[in-house]
Design a protein. Structure first.
Length: 418
């Protein structure tokens, strides 16, 4: 159970919508209790319409594997950065190099394409049942996701109106959060996102960032996530602000700083909003459609922004890709967008580093049916860039953020390197 209403006057269930005025909503069984049949038909119409609008056929796992192997074999592109970027590049989670003040240039290697996982793993009904016991087998995973999209505004409002109490000591199993009257649907958990452990011998505490989340949203899209802790009893509603307890759900991410952008996409499915969070200027809506658009957009970024800004965008996009692999997100629209914006990043980097004629292969859509592909037969696929999402067990000092989200690196050797 992952979506919690902040009112004792409504059905005490995490999936209850904000009001009866919303025409398409979810109740304790994921449809409104006032008119289950009518709302169920509405949600099913959404599902059928989305399926009918999709022109791509089901792709077999063998075909996905073949594409992944071809893409992984492609060469890296080497750029040379000026020494204006000095000291450790904080945004580079996957590069351990340090730029010394005496250096004139800094070499950096970027993959031509970000390889997709070679092992498809679907979110199953059993995974959803584990977080929502009212889930019905007849509902279907995509039907469940479509229902969550209907509640997007209420869920995002929930995240924006929650304040997590600052923590200075050991991370507890439950945390106090402050909610207000605008928080009609309570988050189910506080997500504790851990990054890399400090180097051996370091006395620095391991950093963790805290985010309010709804477990149903994450489990509906992330096949590699561990089960969250059980939810707590829904508190009685009081006027104004009130403090409630939420269980802490700890995971590790290869790129914690890229989590917020990915989280917002999982809640909204808004590609343009995702791109605004990743690159420094608005991306054209036809970035993935019109031939040559990724090159044009990338060159515009390279001419307009400094190399430091381009580098930051580079590692944000790379970090989102890492987190997608680790979390097990197989969303075709999302993967196609990351492919396209990465191609633009390469063109931006070539212009920003003074080599606009560098031979960079143009973006080409990949015919991989993530989101519709059949599960891989056991033993057929090689392990993709997925990771252990288990939380760390040592005592840690968290940092706290009030904002709206498992882990290892991507494929070995595929990331930016100094």
């Amino acid at each position: 159970m992952g979506i919690r209403p902040n009112s004792n006057k409504r059905v005490q269930n995490e999936n209850m919508p904000p009001s009866a005025a919303t025409r398409s909503v979810l109740n304790a069984k994921f449809v409104a209790s006032q008119s289950p049949r009518r709302t169920s038909r509405t949600l099913r119409d959404v599902q059928f319409r989305k399926r009918s609008e999709s022109s791509t056929g089901v792709q077999t796992t063998k075909r996905i594997v073949g594409h992944a192997k071809q893409r992984q074999a492609k060469n890296k592109i080497r750029f040379t950065l000026k020494s204006a970027i000095r000291g450790k590049i904080n945004d580079v989670e996957m590069a351990d190099g340090t730029v010394h003040p005496s250096s004139n240039t800094v070499p950096i290697q970027l993959p031509q394409e970000l390889v997709r996982p070679r092992e498809y793993k679907a979110v199953t009904p059993d995974m959803l049942k584990a977080v929502d016991q009212t889930y019905d087998d007849d509902m279907g995973v995509q039907y469940f996701r479509d229902g969550l999209e209907i509640l997007e505004k209420e869920l995002m409002q929930s995240l924006a109106s929650v304040k997590i109490q600052n923590q200075r000591t050991k991370l507890p199993s439950e945390l106090d959060v402050v909610v207000n009257d605008a928080t009609i649907i309570l988050p189910s958990h506080v997500l504790a996102v851990f990054g890399k452990a400090p180097p051996p011998g370091s006395s620095a505490p391991r950093q963790v960032t805290l985010y309010p989340v709804h477990s149903l949203v994450l489990k509906a899209h992330c096949a590699h996530l561990p089960l969250p802790p059980p939810t707590l009893e829904v508190p009685n509603h009081v006027s104004g602000e009130q403090t409630v307890k939420l269980p802490v759900w700890s995971i590790c991410l290869p790129s914690p700083e890229a989590y917020p952008a990915l989280s917002v996409y999982l809640y909204t499915k808004d590609i343009q909003r995702l791109l605004r969070n990743l690159v420094p200027m608005p991306a054209p809506e036809d970035l993935r459609v019109t031939p040559g658009r990724t090159k044009e957009f990338g060159q515009q970024m390279g001419h307009r922004f400094s190399i430091a800004i381009i580098v930051r965008a580079t590692f944000l996009v790379y970090g989102v890709w890492q987190n997608m692999c680790a979390l097990g997100i197989f969303d075709k629209q999302l993967w196609d967008t990351i492919d396209a914006v990465w191609n633009s990043i390469l063109f931006a980097m070539s212009v920003a580093t003074g080599n606009p004629t560098m031979p960079i292969p143009p973006y080409q859509p990949v015919d991989e049916g993530y989101g519709e592909a059949e599960p891989a037969p056991e033993g057929e696929c090689e392990a993709g860039p997925s990771g252990d999402v288990s939380p760390p067990s040592d005592d840690l000092s968290p940092s706290t953020k009030d904002s709206a989200g498992a882990g290892s690196q991507g494929p070995e050797g595929s990331g930016p390197h100094h």
